[in-house]
Design a protein around this ligand. Structure first.
Ligand code: ATP
Length: 510
């Protein structure tokens, strides 16, 4: 299946089963805004819990806060967002489509990279077992030529973007003969800067003085509370402050479902360290974060690190964890060494000291910061897209199954009476009343067992518990496993233990 078709299928599956709806759909929706339905909200909450527990509960030097979306407008002057939170945009005159100029160039680079990969594949086929990939990459003329091309383009891109040389960015697009993916035309407008922050007015006064912004990142709510938390929590450097919350960006190109939205949710953690130790902690957090992802078993091959070539104005090192989404490898999480930029800027703009007295070295300093920042919605898409599978069954039928990691699944078990009579529904309700305190369960009595199993597979429920006539005699039920489709007969008294051993988050956190 084509990857793009795969995305379409996932979008329609997500809608059909109550995971994600287009926002205000009865009014034809609002672009790049989505609502999470009854199952989407559960999955989202479970992802949040996994993140929060592993960051906050598992680290005694990390605490979590919940700061306001609205902040004093000077915050965004200090952070650099008023002046520098811009994307370079370019329009195609024929298709009238708007693009981010840097994304057009990056997509072009990705195509060259794919050519290299193809060349390597050919080499592997030709030389078989004797193939030495490292040597091949270092010596094959086609690979080398394309690798040089990539470096040249990246260098030019970095230079022009850093200098905000918009004409230079335009020239690069023209020189590379980049065409509009939609129309194939190379008829471009000039490149312009576009600020991504949404603004609104505070109270009833309008005008510049009342202008405030919807936060474009949750991080600044952490920085302005740095001393509040450090003092009241008696935190010692190194320590971290975590937060989950909404962020807003007026994205130029907002397509690709929940991957790029104008209102989205971030899970961010700022880790405050001694100056000079930041790169050690940067490596540490890269490691911790990739392991957090890999624990979910969504497929090792789906992840790669991508080091930034254009560093943000505040960073001295930055890397993305990219995930192989249906649209290809794209950023899922960023790990940034933000230096002491933010705290220093807030010191300057507020006139308040934001320093830490380090008793071990008897010194006052502004700590350096390592940030881990993951988009909750992108994480949701990563889970959904890698879990969505169509399987051929033995009897020539097909099933769609969401093999969502057990701990994240919206429902952990579906409790089903085989028929609606002979006291079976009442017995099923009794079981549900015991399990519901610890597991989100669904009671399901409509349709044939086969249809009910398919429905639970399609929403990713790990276990189906069937109450039948034998249950009434010996207090046993069948329990069906979503992934293997195997059924076991077990005692009702054992259900809690069996389910807990598979769905508990503990194994992910250990
Ligand atoms: P991109 O390059 O894709 O625009 P970014 O580098 O601007 O992303 P950051 O500022 O590093 O993103 O934000 C941290 C995280 O927030 C990203 O890794 C991503 O998961 C998430 N994120 C950023 N923008 C959006 C968006 N418009 N919709 C959904 N998630 C987003």
């Amino acid at each position: 299946m084509q990857k793009e078709d795969n995305l379409k299928e996932i979008i329609s599956h997500a809608k059909e089963y109550g995971f994600v709806f287009p926002s205000s759909e009865i009014y034809d929706g609002l672009s790049a805004t989505y609502d999470y339905g009854q199952l989407g909200a559960e999955l989202k909450n479970n992802i949040k819990t996994y993140w929060w527990k592993s960051m906050v509960q598992m680290h005694d030097n990390i605490v979590g806060i919940d700061s306001a979306i609205f902040m004093h407008p000077t915050t965004w002057k200090a952070s650099g967002h008023v002046d520098a939170f811009n994307d370079p945009l370019i329009d195609n005159k024929d298709s009238k489509k708007r693009y981010r100029a840097d994304v057009l160039i990056e997509d072009h680079i990705e195509k060259i990279r794919q050519k290299i990969d193809k060349e390597v594949e050919k080499g592997l086929k030709r030389f078989g077992e004797a193939f030495n990939e490292e040597e091949f990459r270092a010596t094959n003329p086609n690979v080398l030529r394309n690798a040089t091309k990539i470096t040249e383009i990246e260098d030019r891109m970095r230079e022009t973007l850093e200098k905000e040389d918009l004409e230079g960015v335009y020239n690069l697009i023209v020189d590379l003969e980049i065409a509009c993916p939609l129309s194939g035309s190379k008829n471009w407008t000039e490149v312009r800067q576009f600020n991504l922050m949404f603004s609104t007015e505070l109270g009833s006064v309008s005008g510049e003085s009342a202008k405030i912004y919807l936060r474009p990142e949750t991080a600044q709510g952490i920085f302005v509370n740095f001393l509040n938390v450090q003092k009241t929590g008696r935190m010692k450097v190194p320590f971290g402050i975590a937060q989950i919350g909404k962020a807003f960006r007026n994205e130029i190109v907002a397509r690709q479902f929940i991957f790029r939205m104008r209102e989205f949710e971030q899970m961010e953690m700022q880790f405050f360290v001694r100056p000079g130790e930041e790169l050690k902690w940067y490596e540490y957090w890269k490691d911790v974060r990739i392991n957090w992802h890999k624990k979910l078993n969504l497929g090792e091959q789906n992840y790669r690190f991508h080091d930034h070539i254009k560093l943000a104005h505040y960073a001295n090192a930055a890397s993305d964890i990219e995930f192989d989404f249906p649209m290809g490898f794209k950023e899922l999480e960023g790990i940034h060494s933000r230096t002491d930029f933010d705290l220093k800027q807030h010191e300057e703009f507020s006139g308040k000291k934001l320093q830490y007295f380090d008793p071990e070295i008897n010194e006052n300093y502004v700590p350096f910061v390592i940030e881990t920042s993951i988009g909750l919605d992108r994480m949701f898409l990563a889970v959904l897209s890698s879990s969505y599978k169509t399987e051929q069954l033995e009897n020539d039928s097909e099933r769609v199954v969401l093999s969502i990691p057990h701990a994240l699944a919206p429902y952990k078990a579906a409790i089903m009476p085989l028929t609606k009579k002979d006291g079976l529904p009442e017995k099923a309700r009794e079981i549900m009343d015991v399990l519901k305190y610890d597991f989100n369960c669904q009671y399901d009595e409509k349709d044939s067992p086969g249809k009910r199993y398919r429905r639970q597979d399609a929403i990713g429920t790990p276990f189906c518990i069937m109450v039948d006539h034998q249950t009434m005699e010996d207090d046993t039920v069948t329990i069906r496993d979503r992934d293997t489709m195997e059924q076991d007969r077990v005692a009702i008294a054992d259900l809690h233990r069996i389910i807990d051993s598979k769905v508990s988050m503990t194994s992910l956190l250990k």
